[in-house]
Every structure is written in C-alpha cells, then in structure tokens.
Design a protein around this ligand. Structure first.
Ligand code: NAD
Ligand code: MN
Length: 363
C-alpha cells in the first residue's frame, strides 16, 4: 500500500485551526481504504517558535521537509511580530528554498455560495490564476540606507530572469492547454514598467509559438481588475507576476464569495522538492482562536494536493464533499453569512465522506 508522507505546518492564527481540520479530512479519506495511507509529521514553526528561539523555523528546517511527499501549510503572521519577518522567515523560505515556482490558484463559484457580482452566473467564473512564485517583485532584492535619517532611502528591486519568466509561462500555457477552453491571458504592466515587463511580453510571444493550440491574449494588470468584474466569462487561465497575481487572486477569491474558500498550490513542477498546499488566507487576527474560521479553503488545497500526488479519484471525492457542504446554508461559516463553526463544517464534510465511500468501489 502506498504511503504518502505529509508535513503539516499550521503556523499562526487560524492556521492552527484549519490545518488540524485538514488532517482530520485526510484521515477520514484514508479510513475508506482507498489504496493509500498518510503518515503525518507536524512542525510547530511560526510566531511561538520565534518568541522561543528568535527564528520562525530552525536553520536546518528545510532538511526535515525534503523527503516529504507534500507539505500542508496554514498561515504565517502573528500580531506581535512584523509581517515581513513572519512571511520571509517561514513561508517564503520554503517556497524559495524548494524552488516552488508555480503558484496555482483555482477560483470557482461553488454551489450555494452567494457571490457578490449581480450579473455573473456560476458558469461565468471558472478561472485558474498562475502566479510566478520565486522572483519578480518579491525577489527580496533591495535595501535601506541612512535608516532613521532625513535622507533615508529604500529600494525593492523587481528581478525578472529569462529562465524564470520562460518556465512560468510554459507552465501556464501547459495548464491552459489542459483545460477545455484552452485560453490564457498574460497579465503585465508593460506600459509603465518598461524593462522587465517588456521582456515578459516578449517571452510570452516566444513561448506562445510553442503552443499553437492555445489561444492567448494580453491585459495590463489595472485593466484586468476591471475585466474580472465586468467580463468574468472572457477569462479562463491567467498568468501574472508574483505581485500582480497575488493581488488578482485575492480579488478572484472575493468575487467567488470569500477568501475563506480559496486554495493554492506552490508547485515545483519538476518534482525535485516537495510542493506545498495552503489556503490563500492569512492568520485572520480578528477571528483567531474563536472557532469561526472557514476550513474549506484548506480542504480545497487538499484536493490540489491529492491531484499532485496522482490520486485523481480521491481529489474528485473531496471536491464533491466540499460542494455538498457549500450547497447547505446551515453549514456556512460567518464569512459566508452563516453561523457554522470550523468544527461543524469539518464534521459535516467527514460525515459526507463516510456516507459516500465511492473510493472503495473505484479503487
Ligand atoms: P487575512 O487573510 O488573515 O484576513 C483578511 C480577512 O479575511 C479577515 O477579516 C479575516 O477574518 C477574513 N478571513 C480570512 N480567512 C478566513 C477564513 N478561513 N474564514 C473566515 N474568515 C477569513 O489577511 P490579513 O488580515 O491581511 O493578514 C493577517 C496576517 O496574516 C498578516 O500577518 C499577514 O502577513 C498574514 N498572511 C499570511 C499569509 C500566508 O501565510 N500565506 C497570507 C496572507 C496573510
Ligand atoms: Mn496574498
């Protein structure tokens, strides 16, 4: 029997609530005897670790993760520690250390969800946003000089490499090709940013010629926000830089009903390192510790994890369970306008999996 070694890193805030819920779902799935099992190892890295040891994760932390099949991550962000320290000390350390260059963010309006766009039908919004995840605006290049002086200066330098841009565009074209509409929108800001973004556009044209069966168009990022709201059905797969896609995918999540539903995969497509799966939301200081967090973004990230592991049947099963939960308004958490708790949603989803043991039949 196949054993998948999963690292769980709850991190901070509601990460500590949704990641145990995600593990419970995986355990329920494995209980149906689908032909595989999970072996979990939990890592208590994050703000508490920082208070105790002065770092978000140990120096050799990546080595403890290296032989895992996948990483399930919660959130990095603590009310008492500056955000750039928590983010760079944990999540970005893993994404960059394991060269997880493709960040993939699917967005759909799930059954039963009251999305904010009046004229948008459910079938109009079915997107996947691909975010470059290792360089660009978040390369970490830059510095501060004359700190505290009137002449203080600071830079954050966007760094685009031909290899980095080429590989993310190839990944996006491939992903677009695998979806029924075979349609990719390449987002840049090559009118105002006249070096790196112009190179990005040029490489997009080159890579596009390798994919004659994929239709593609270009959009400037500001125009893209309006297009997402006004013409959602004109979009299928999207590729953008680290910063631009970060912002567009929060907008996408809100347009699909809630940040609490949105999931993401940080992939090393070459599989040299473990990939990392997480809800896109952060620590949610305003609701942490209250049992109100929506765990469905984490559950959707499990679907992406199962797909990556090659367990397509199990992935579809968990997605069906998520859709059964969202279809029932009594199981909506507060972010969706309901009163259900994290534990209630988790229990309902596990009960659905127990009642629908399709896996055993299919395995
Ligand atoms: P956030 O995602 O934590 O919260 C934004 C809003 O959405 C809040 O009102 C929150 O209550 C709500 N929300 C988010 N997830 C929810 C869920 N599952 N269920 C119900 N409501 C939910 O974003 P923020 O406030 O900008 O950031 C808070 C902290 O988290 C910061 O330290 C930030 O750096 C960090 N952060 C980390 C990650 C990550 O590790 N991947 C991502 C985003 C933010
Ligand atoms: Mn973000």
């Amino acid at each position: 029997m196949k054993t998948y070694r999963i690292a769980t890193i709850p991190g901070d805030g509601i990460g500590k609530e949704v990641i145990p819920a995600g593990r419970q779902v995986l355990e329920q799935l494995a209980a149906a005897d689908p032909g595989f099992r999970f072996e979990f190892e939990n890592f208590d890295w994050g703000g508490d670790h920082y208070r105790a040891h002065g770092v978000m994760m140990p120096e050799a932390g990546l080595d403890a993760l290296r032989d895992k099949d996948a990483i399930l991550f919660g959130s990095a962000g603590d009310p008492q520690i500056p955000d750039h320290i928590t983010l760079w000390g944990l999540r970005l350390k893993i994404c960059q250390g394991f060269d997880q260059y493709a960040n993939v963010r699917p967005t759909r309006i799930l059954p039963g969800i009251d999305a904010p766009l009046k004229r948008c039908r459910r079938e109009d919004l079915d997107w996947v946003i691909v975010r470059e995840n290792t360089e660009g605006e978040y390369a970490g290049a830059g510095g501060r000089v004359h700190q505290g002086q009137p002449i203080e200066a600071a830079t954050d330098v966007t760094l685009m490499t031909r290899a980095g841009v080429q590989r993310i565009l190839r990944f996006a074209f491939n992903l677009a090709r695998s979806r029924p509409r075979r349609l990719l929108t390449v987002v840049t800001k090559s009118n105002a940013q006249r070096h790196a973004m112009v190179m990005w556009d040029q490489i997009a044209r080159e890579v596009a010629s390798e994919f004659p069966d994929v239709s593609w168009d270009k959009e400037l990022v500001d125009a893209m926000t309006a297009r997402m709201v006004n013409r959602p059905a004109s979009i299928d797969t999207v590729v953008a830089t680290n910063l631009h896609a970060d912002i567009l995918s929060d907008l996408a999540a809100a347009l699909a009903g809630s940040l609490g539903l949105a999931a993401t995969a940080n992939l090393d497509p070459e599989r040299r390192y473990p990939s990392m799966f997480e809800p896109i939301h952060g620590s949610a200081f305003d609701i942490m510790g209250k049992g109100l967090a929506n765990p469905l973004g984490t559950f959707w990230s499990l679907v992406m994890m199962l797909e990556h592991l090659g367990e397509a049947v199990a992935a579809r099963q968990v997605m069906a369970a998520i859709e059964a939960v969202t279809a029932d308004p009594r199981l909506h958490t507060r972010d969706l306008g309901g009163t259900a708790t994290t534990l209630q949603v988790t229990a309902a989803l596990c009960a659905w999996l127990r009642a629908n043991p399709l896996l055993r039949a299919a395995a």
